[in-house]
Each structure stands twice: as C-alpha cells, then as structure tokens.
Design a binder for this molecule. Sequence first.
Ligand code: FES
Length: 105
Amino acid sequence: PLIKFITVNGETREVNAESGSNLMQVALDNGIDEILGECGGSCSCATCHCYIGDDWLSKTGKPDDIEQEMLECALEPAVNSRLSCQVNISDELDGMVVHLPAAQY
Ligand code: FES
C-alpha cells in the first residue's frame, strides 16, 4: 500500500509500504527523519509518534491501553495520535495520510 507522509511544512513523501510491516519501520526504511523509533518498536519510547489523517482513523483502529499511556509522553499528543510502531500495515491502508510531528521531544 501507498502511504503519504506529510511534514509540518506541508512537504509530502509518498512511499510504498509492505503489508505486514508497521508504520514506524516503513518510515525508517524510507528515511523519514521525523520518526525516530528509539525503542525499536516495543511501545516504550513514544519517539515514533505521528498523527493519522482523519479519514483513516476508522481503518487504523484505536491505540490500546499501553499505547495510550505511552502517547501521553509524546510531545503534543492529539486525538488522532498514534505510535507508528503500533500501526500495522495492511492493503486496507492504501493511500493513508500520516502527519509527522515537528519534533519527537
Ligand atoms: Fe518506541 Fe514506537 S518505536 S514506541
């Protein structure tokens, strides 16, 4: 599936993601510098924070309790915040818009 990352400056990067991967890995593999992923995807650092485009929230689902708690450590969390390592890529997400934060901390 195609994923569109949009920076705070409005720059768009479209990348091809592999189903079965997670959004943090996709960002790292494609040199999206705004996503750090310091804990390697174990939901314990909150440096893979991103905002899911409103139209895609129903498809990505909601963060579980552990992710929700970690999100509170993120810089400027919002209702559409997710930890990208916890978003699984599936074909259903083709065309998904992901807004990148200005900074992770
Ligand atoms: Fe650490 Fe996602 S990579 S919480």
